[in-house]
Design a protein around this ligand. Structure first.
Ligand code: AMP
Length: 194
């Protein structure tokens, strides 16, 4: 695909994680900014989310945060962002994050990250969008996810062609080639149906 203007990053809100994950969030934020790619994310300043946003801003990048009103106090909105949207619900947040992005990158994270990742995967499966989804498998963190999807496919719950809904890379350094190798989206965005 041609260089994306905006990329949505899903990642954990926890800080109680290994340094390798924090370093990946930092490298990704800086790498996106250096390439002139706008970061779209959940708007918090905690955990990997905060590290990603800080690194992108420090490298002169643009960062758009989208946070629901009711979790502003939990995830503490980042006040230095290029744009911060405070929205009415998780659903509005997730739809806006998809609408405003040309591709999705998944760093290690918890239940929220998994929820967001499966939502963009299933929306792509339903052809509601056709934007690339790249899973950054830092230290093999997402190996169980890949195993689960393979198991679903072997058992007949997932069509073999749907294994191609996402691409897995081993590190942030591999993200850029992986994005460049993605085909242009074949399905026009169906904003009204998300
Ligand atoms: P986590 O991976 O649990 O640390 O969460 C990362 C981000 O996902 C946070 O900004 C959460 O608010 C967000 N998130 C999105 N959807 C959900 C959901 N259904 N449940 C929990 N968190 C969610």
């Amino acid at each position: 695909m041609k260089a994306p203007g905006s990329v949505c990053v899903y990642c954990g809100s926890s800080s109680r994680v290994a340094d390798s994950y924090k370093e990946a969030a930092h490298a990704l934020g800086a790498g996106l900014a250096e390439r002139g790619i706008r970061v779209v994310y959940g708007g918090g300043r905690v955990g990997l989310m905060g590290i990603l946003a800080d690194a992108a801003l420090a490298a002169g990048g643009q960062v758009v945060g989208i946070i629901p009103e009711h979790i502003q106090s939990l995830e503490v909105e980042h006040i230095g962002l290029t744009e911060l949207h405070v929205v009415d619900s998780m659903h509005t947040r997730k739809r806006m994050m998809v609408d405003r992005s040309d591709a999705f990158l998944v760093l290690p994270g918890g239940l929220g990250t998994l929820d967001e990742t499966f939502e963009v995967l299933t929306w792509r499966q339903l052809r509601l969008h056709d934007k690339p989804i790249v899973v950054v498998n830092v230290d093999g963190y997402w190996d169980p996810l890949v195993t689960l999807v393979d198991r679903m496919t072997d058992a007949g719950f997932c069509r073999p062609e749907n294994r191609g809904l996402f691409t897995v890379v081993d590190s942030v350094a591999d993200v850029w080639d992986a994005l460049a190798r993605q085909p242009e989206p074949a399905v026009p965005p169906a904003t009204g149906r998300l």
